[in-house]
Design a protein around this ligand. Structure first.
Ligand SMILES: [Zn+2]
Ligand SMILES: [Zn+2]
Length: 392
């Protein structure tokens, strides 16, 4: 049942010489932030650091994420460029690269093709190890035609570190070396890790209100640090929304600011989740249903179920060996030839439903998921039983 996923691309966690450049850049920014100990920290530098943290967290959330990656609202080309420039001043690579990678994150969420999955690659790789992984650095721009059609965005993306250099120099000019080391570099480090926690923490710690087929979670602390991006399970459930805090008490200042900008006519057409989405009644794609069903089926031991099926079959007095040979003949003609026979040892639909209700958030798709999980188990058990009987 996991064969399809097994054939997908996976990310090599090994360190290679080619990773050195990306690693030097990333740790170079951290080391430069430590330069604050040498330069000292002034009041101006603290003000710049705090301001640049919040302004750029907003630029990442409202720009890179909600606008460029998800097109959750509309704006004009000038404001789009300003947001892209500010977001790129965080030295998190180009805006088109970022959006492309992020669309892949949603498309393959928590499968081996998702480089940001703690489930697949561990916490630290999902947080920052991917940065110096060459496979992860490469992006496929086929999934971002709505961005590559703007020449000014392509230019910005091609000059990915230029905005960071411009901002760094401006901080230096404005507040001297403390402005550069503490104001610019230290706030850049903070923005790095706040952004990365959405990939790492928000796929490990927190609660799942909605069934999304991945590990995305709502995390209030992360929402405070990232101006609303921590409502990550909400976001995976309905990613087209400009609003990520779905309840009135879910702090989402990025959305509040976007509402303010809407009043000023700077942004418009903010997309919000419809009622049935808020109520958790959204239907799931068959891909997600398959993914969740595989998760449910994987909690059963196929060997044990096969033993139970065999024991119950033999109890009925029917010739098990004959049935097994017939299965093997069907299988020779291809796996899809497996007839959907009822196997007496399979868990019942009720049993599967009870387990699913404990494992997953409430969803109207639960009956479909139970059916699919049962199909998967039936197939696995039939395949297992059809194998030649080992000599005992
Ligand atoms: Zn995610
Ligand atoms: Zn997203």
């Amino acid at each position: 049942m996991a064969t399809e996923i097994a054939s997908q691309e996976t990310y090599d966690r090994k360190f290679t010489p080619a990773s050195v450049g990306a690693m030097l850049g990333f740790f170079g920014v951290h080391i430069a932030a430590l330069g604050s100990f040498w330069s000292g920290v002034t009041v101006e530098a603290v003000i710049i650091c705090v301001a640049l943290y919040w302004i750029r967290i907003f630029a990442i959330g409202a720009g890179y994420h909600r606008l460029f990656a998800h097109r959750a609202y509309k704006t004009g080309r000038v404001f789009q460029f300003i947001l892209g420039f500010m977001a790129q001043s965080t030295a998190q690579s180009g805006l088109i690269w970022w959006a492309s990678k992020h669309r892949d994150h949603h498309r393959y969420s928590d499968t081996p093709k998702d480089m940001h999955s703690p489930r697949q690659y561990g916490f630290w790789f999902s947080h920052m190890g991917w940065i110096w992984n060459n496979q992860a650095q490469e992006a496929n721009y086929d999934n971002v035609p709505d961005l590559t059609k703007y020449p000014e965005l392509v230019w910005l993306d091609n000059n990915r570190f230029m905005p960071a250099i411009v901002l760094g120099l401006a901080c230096w000019a404005l507040a001297g070396l403390p402005g550069l080391f503490f104001g610019f570099f230290f706030s850049t480090v903070l923005v790095y890790h706040a952004t990365f926690t959405i990939n790492s923490m928000c796929h490990v710690f927190g609660s799942q209100r909605y069934l999304t087929g991945d590990d995305s979670r709502n995390n209030a602390a992360m929402a405070v640090l990232t101006m609303g991006e921590g409502w990550h399970n909400n976001h995976h459930y309905f990613m087209a929304s400009a609003r990520q805090g779905f309840k009135w008490y879910e702090w989402d200042p990025t959305f509040y600011l976007l509402k303010g900008l809407e009043k000023l006519g700077i942004v418009w057409d903010l997309r919000e989740p419809p009622e049935h989405v808020l109520a958790g009644e959204r239907g799931l794609s068959s891909e997600i249903k398959d993914r969740v069903a595989a998760q449910l089926a994987a909690t059963f031991n196929v060997e044990k179920l096969s033993e139970r099926t065999r024991a119950r079959w033999e109890g009925t007095g029917e010739a098990f060996d004959e049935w097994r040979h017939r299965m093997a003949e069907h299988l020779e003609r291809g796996r899809e030839q497996l007839p959907h026979v009822e196997l007496p040892g399979l868990p019942s639909a009720d049993e599967l439903r009870t387990k699913a209700q404990k494992m997953f958030a409430r969803s109207p798709a639960i009956d479909d998921i139970v059916l699919r999980a049962r199909e998967l188990l039936r197939e696995s058990v039939a395949l297992h039983l059809a194998q030649p009987v080992p000599v005992r």
